[in-house]
Design a protein around this ligand. Structure first.
Ligand code: 5GP
Length: 190
């Protein structure tokens, strides 16, 4: 998605060789026009997949996932990050190691909102090691539902997440794929 790539080039900030900061348009301040374009793009990519729900992880996935759900005319669910669980019986829960926080956490979705028969599109802002996406897909499978695919706004292709998800059999669609991050700039995959 060219518009997203040029936004990353102009407003993204590289932290070391592994982390990209996009607080100017996605992770803190949000560009609604860009989010609408992202949503339309994902909705078009998955138009024939029979999606019944979109699932993301709070909080940075919510903006692109909401616009995707709007495009597909289906509900959006955002998984919650929880440290202690008091309502275990009512939740689908998976463990996930956070790349940015470098700590393990639990992500949960109320059993009320995903059922067998649902076809769920997983959306996230970034793909690094694949832990967040894998945890969300795991929740979908625990609920007896199907994973339509995984839509990623920014994939860091030099990290192993994409391969992990492909090896697990998921369809992965990333709108911007970064081959390399350095102080000299950002290189995208061809
Ligand atoms: P993974 O679970 O694939 O290792 O990492 C994906 C999650 O970590 C995303 O939900 C995102 O919030 C966060 N993340 C991973 N890499 C980056 C990055 O370079 N920049 C930002 N802003 N978030 C990242």
């Amino acid at each position: 998605m060219e518009k997203l790539k040029s936004k990353i080039r102009s407003e993204g900030r590289v932290l070391g060789s592994e982390v990209l900061k996009v607080d100017a348009f996605l992770n803190h301040q949000v560009d609604p026009i860009l989010m609408a374009d992202i949503g339309e793009t994902f909705a078009a990519l998955f138009a024939d997949a029979g999606v019944t729900k979109v699932l993301t992880l709070e909080s940075s996935g919510i903006a692109p996932a909401l616009m995707t759900a709007l495009g597909l005319r289906v509900p959006l669910i955002f998984a919650k990050k929880r440290k202690s669980l008091t309502l275990k019986d009512d939740l689908w829960t998976e463990r996930s190691f956070s790349f940015t926080k470098q700590e393990e956490s639990e992500v949960s979705v109320s059993r009320q909102f995903i059922s067998a028969g649902d076809v769920v599109l997983v959306i996230d802002d970034f793909l690094a090691n694949g832990q967040a996406a894998q945890a969300m897909a795991g929740i979908v499978l625990k609920a007896g539902a199907k994973v339509a695919g995984i839509g990623i706004v920014i994939e860091k292709s030099f990290q192993p997440g994409r391969q992990l998800l492909l090896d697990a059999g998921y369809r992965v669609e990333s709108l911007a794929r970064i081959a390399r991050l350095s102080e000299d700039g950002i290189d995208f995959e061809e």
